[in-house]
Design a protein around this ligand. Sequence first.
Ligand SMILES: Nc1nc2c(ncn2[C@@H]2O[C@H](COP(=O)(O)OP(=O)(O)O)[C@@H](O)[C@H]2O)c(=O)[nH]1
Ligand SMILES: [Mg+2]
Length: 326
Amino acid sequence: MDIDDLKARILAGERRALARAITLVESGRADHRADALRLLESLKGHGREALRVGLSGTPGVGKSTFIEAFGLKLTAQGLKVAVLAVDPSSARSGGSILGDKTRMERLSRDKGAFIRPSPSQSQLGGVARRTREAIDLCEAAGFDVVLIETVGVGQSETMVAEMSDLFLLLLAPAGGDELQGVKRGIMEMADILLVNKADGELKRQAIRTCADYAGALRLLRKRPQDPEGFPKALPVSALEEEGLQKAWDEMTALADWRRAEGHFAARRAAQARFWFEAEVRDRLLARLVREPLKGAMRSMAGQVENGEISPSAAAEELLRAHLMLE
Ligand SMILES: Nc1nc2c(ncn2[C@@H]2O[C@H](COP(=O)(O)OP(=O)(O)O)[C@@H](O)[C@H]2O)c(=O)[nH]1
Ligand SMILES: [Mg+2]
């Protein structure tokens, strides 16, 4: 594969080259992986620093509707918007985001937008790496905003928050006691809560829900990366396209403040370190279930069972022989 050519075309903002590069980083083939790493390294320091926005919410809350309306609003202002999806469940459900791309019909036709559906990949570690690298590729291709959507299954919210500059939680209007349905840990990760469906008969309930969430947010411990008034809760209607500009204004105000105060760069640096450590951990663990370690583990386990060697001595010997550890 001609990596230099691919690089040049990505930097020129060519959609097809970007799509091809994302396919490359998704590939499990060893030669593809080597090409992908070479490409990513050569793109480092090029392109643009996008605003990476993570968006999570339960199915049906309106993520697709919101992303389409919000994305169109941004492209209308001349911004280039990329949409990536993290859906660890898509392997099982057969790729729900595929249906979403057809739903985001207007946005996918927009010249200022790029939508990449989630591939079916069951391993969370694989999904994380693929998405992280796809974000880098979108930045190299000159996108201003990268929206990363997740359905919030298992660890996926944490994962998306660890690759976003801003993390948004999309919520539905609810009765007072339902607020507790949102896990505290997820609430603590959020920078802005958006209460969607603030329209028609649901409008009043949405505004009340928003006030309830604002109250709950005030009870959380203040974070150093927040200016006065953040995190905050806002009502929006993705369907009627209400509150979207306000949401964007709040997002840019928060990002600007964090840039000026050094929190923006510090967060990216901490994230880079987090993913480096996670990758080393994942790859070490992956070696345990492959040969030759897999067989060595099995035979060593047999010796431990027979009492020929103690568990600790066996572990020591195995690691020394196969991982060249001290
Ligand atoms: N009333 C109202 N309905 C909405 C709004 N946003 C989404 N919906 C509806 O909620 C349902 C689920 O929306 P969808 O975007 O597919 O949710 P997702 O599963 O989170 O991606 C659809 O029937 C939408 O039309 C909104 O702002 N107001
Ligand atoms: Mg959806």
